[in-house]
Design a protein around this ligand. Structure first.
Ligand code: ATP
Length: 342
């Protein structure tokens, strides 16, 4: 549906060159909710603006529905852009127009007859839950309501793609959740492909199917939500994952454990899918002459699949600990936790 083929974009300011997007390759499928995460300055906004050529990449190709955007004429590009809606962090509503006229604005611009505009706007306001706010002005609305208007306006031209530029970053967590629910409904009911950029991993976790992590203009990691959250590879990705999956042991616990007497080792066990239901620790205690001390445990759901973490201290003779480790290792992913808790 959307394909970036080796695109790069460099800005030159005061003789300084900044490569905002650096050789990015990504492919986003029809009907997918795809997230791009990165810290400020990573190049996310530049990348998303390449989808409708608000920014033109210097090199590479942007394909939308197999159309090579950079080779289109002006009028062809206008047609493609009509199929791409966009919502923004600060909503970008027209303050002097009512909710009704904000939503209908793209249709008025396209010369759609009044009766048709009325029908479409009413349908969309009902869809976003603002049927009773048609005559209100933006200043009379909360942030969440404003973003609902932004979404309704973006849907007015029946787009196939919705671009979300930090669409929930100005909202509190509860309102963010309700907007994400609405975006999921947009995808499910209107079958729209959604590309969103954000610096909040919680947003990615709640709604996306796949994610790409950007750093210094490059995509450093990409994959399904389950794979990236359960087994992040790059340090930046690990840091983002940590913000929503807090599985760090407090230092005070680590200190107690590492200063305890006798032979002991600490392991982090990772459970996925069916293995989350495995009575592994009781099995270890039964089979081997080791004491087991559970220091931390959690189970979360990623895209409907269970994923768990357990940090266990094993105490006993080195040879017994080693045997117990091998048994665990044959059943689940396991790594030793070092003295700093990692
Ligand atoms: N129009 C521009 N002129 C010059 N430099 C720019 C321009 N737009 C972006 N940049 C630079 O390109 C880099 C990437 O910016 P971009 O806005 O794409 O990142 P971002 O990940 O979206 O960050 P943020 O979340 O802060 O917007 C930054 O160093 C930024 O300063």
């Amino acid at each position: 549906m959307i394909e970036f083929q080796n695109i790069s974009k460099t800005y030159t300011t005061n003789d300084r060159k900044i490569t905002a997007v650096d050789q990015v390759n990504l492919s986003i499928d029809r009907g997918e909710i795809f997230g791009v995460i990165g810290f400020s300055g990573a190049g996310k906004s530049t990348l998303i603006r390449c989808v409708n050529l608000l920014e033109r990449p210097d090199i590479g190709k942007v394909l939308v529905n197999h159309n090579d955007l950079l080779s289109l004429s002006k009028s062809e590009l206008i047609d493609v852009r009509r199929k791409i809606g966009m919502i923004f962090q600060h909503f970008n509503l027209l303050e002097s127009k009512t909710v009704f006229h904000n939503v209908g604005f793209p249709l008025s611009l396209a010369g759609v007859p009044r009766a048709k505009i009325k029908q479409k706007v009413e349908e969309l306001l009902a869809f976003v839950g603002l049927a009773d706010k048609a005559d209100h002005y933006p200043e009379q609305l909360s942030g969440g309501q404003k973003q609902r208007v932004g979404i309704a306006r973006a849907l007015a031209t029946d787009p196939e793609i919705l671009l979300c530029d930090e669409a929930t970053s100005a909202l509190d967590p509860q309102t963010t959740s309700s907007i994400l629910d609405l975006l999921r409904k947009v995808r499910d009911e209107y079958h729209i492909t959604i590309l969103m950029i954000t610096h909040e991993m919680q947003v990615i976790k709640e709604i996306c199917d796949r994610v790409a992590v950007m750093e210094e203009g490059r995509v450093i990691e990409e994959g399904s939500i389950f794979d990236v959250f359960s087994n992040p590879q790059q340090q930046t990705t690990k840091n983002f994952v940590k913000t929503v999956m807090n599985d760090e042991l407090p230092q005070s616990v680590m200190d107690k454990v590492t200063h305890s007497q006798g032979n002991s080792a600490i392991y982090r066990l990772t459970f996925e899918n069916d293995s989350t239901e495995m009575p592994l620790i009781s099995e270890v205690a039964k089979r081997y002459d080791v004491h087991t001390n559970i220091l931390f445990g959690q189970i979360v759901e990623l895209q409907g699949r269970p994923f768990g973490n357990l940090v266990v201290e094993l105490r006993g003779k080195s040879s017994d600990i080693q045997q117990a480790y091998q048994f665990i290792n044959s059943r689940v992913r396991v790594e030793e936790v070092t003295a700093d808790g990692h």
